[in-house]
Design a binder for this molecule. Structure first.
Ligand SMILES: NC(=O)c1ccc[n+]([C@@H]2O[C@H](COP(=O)([O-])OP(=O)(O)OC[C@H]3O[C@@H](n4cnc5c(N)ncnc54)[C@H](OP(=O)(O)O)[C@@H]3O)[C@@H](O)[C@H]2O)c1
Length: 299
């Protein structure tokens, strides 16, 4: 590792730590970019990644070291920012890493503890994390919630960046739990609104529902358009996150059906580029939810 000292890898207030970023997707590239802008060295591993990730890494100024294994030999801290379904594979790809591994993904507390087991079995230290907010930029701050006994060591890494790093507790799973319950509302209600519009359309009462909403819940017509835009540009990426939230509910002894249904709805959403979503997008999303021609069964 680049910076191991008597005080541990992040002893120099996080400032001198070399960071590995796995992988530069929309969020990861932005995190890497703000670390670079604050003077940190950030490495990544291009092996197996797409041309899009390479382009984002280059724009963010990240240094490519080829493989995750090589990266794990050269950095003090690894920040994992990847789709939730890939989080365990990413942790396994650096098994044996001796520094601090921060999982910043939208996973359940149970998955976070599994990730911790993978890293600590190889001699590394694990910090649980969850990002709430947009990809960070100088004018667009975001929050990184952290938990675990080494969580406070990561705060310094994000000094002078638009990432507000906050410690939740010293329990692995707490930061992930926070991300789960936050997204349970923000994304879960988006899916619920789309389901409601689809049912109202199937039953032929959508115009009347919209009139009633305008009278009594005036934010909902606009929010359902926003939900359709989000579902059509990002919904496919949220399916695994909804499943992680469903598991989180089940582990707490609550029904997991809300977010299993949300996963079902997002899984059926079209895949548009961000600029392609417009006023027609709600119709495109609803057209893929199976309501045309549906009539309730007689009892
Ligand atoms: N985007 C946001 O606004 C946002 C907000 C809050 C939290 N987050 C969290 O940030 C994490 C990443 O989200 P994102 O939006 O940045 O995702 P993303 O844009 O889809 O990027 C994911 C990155 O992971 C790589 N990847 C995909 N599948 C992989 C696999 N099976 N194994 C290893 N790497 C894989 C991708 O590489 P290739 O495509 O090149 O293969 C890409 O570099 C998620 O946990 C999400 O919850 C994101």
């Amino acid at each position: 590792m680049a910076n191991s000292t008597d005080g541990g890898p992040l002893a120099p207030a996080g400032g001198g730590a070399v960071t590995g970023l796995l992988h530069p997707g929309e969020m990861g590239a932005a995190v890497g970019s703000v670390l670079r802008a604050s003077g940190r060295m950030v490495l990544w591993a291009s092996s197996g990644r797409s041309a899009e990730s390479r382009r984002r890494a280059e724009l963010a100024g990240l240094e490519d070291v080829g493989t995750a294994e090589e990266l794990s030999r050269r950095v003090d801290v690894i920040v994992s920012v990847c789709p939730p379904h890939a989080a365990l594979d990413v942790a396994r790809s650096v098994a044996g890493f001796q520094g601090i591994f921060v999982d910043a993904n939208a996973v359940s507390p149970t998955t976070a503890r599994e990730l911790a087991a993978v890293i600590t079995a190889g001699g590394g230290r694990f910090v649980d994390g969850g990002i709430i907010g947009p990809p960070p930029a100088a004018d667009n701050p975001t929050r990184l919630y952290l938990s675990g006994t080494d969580a406070a060591l990561i705060i310094g890494l994000f000094n002078e960046t638009p990432v507000a790093a906050r410690v939740v507790s010293d329990e692995i799973g707490a930061a992930s739990a926070l991300k789960m319950v936050y997204a349970a509302w923000s994304k879960g209600t988006a899916a619920l609104l789309l389901g409601i519009r689809a049912v109202a359309r199937a039953e032929g009462v959508e115009p009347t529902l919209l009139d009633e909403w305008r009278d009594s819940l005036p934010e909902l017509p606009g929010r359902s358009l926003g939900a359709a835009r989000s579902a059509s540009t990002k919904g496919w990426r949220w399916v695994a996150e909804m499943e992680e939230i469903a598991s989180t509910f089940a582990a707490a002894g609550l029904p997991d059906g809300f977010h299993r249904a949300a996963a079902w709805i997002f899984d059926r959403s079209p895949r548009l580029e961000r600029g392609q979503a417009d006023e027609q997008t709600l119709d495109e999303v609803l057209a893929l939810l199976p309501q045309p021609g549906h009539r309730p069964e007689a009892h």
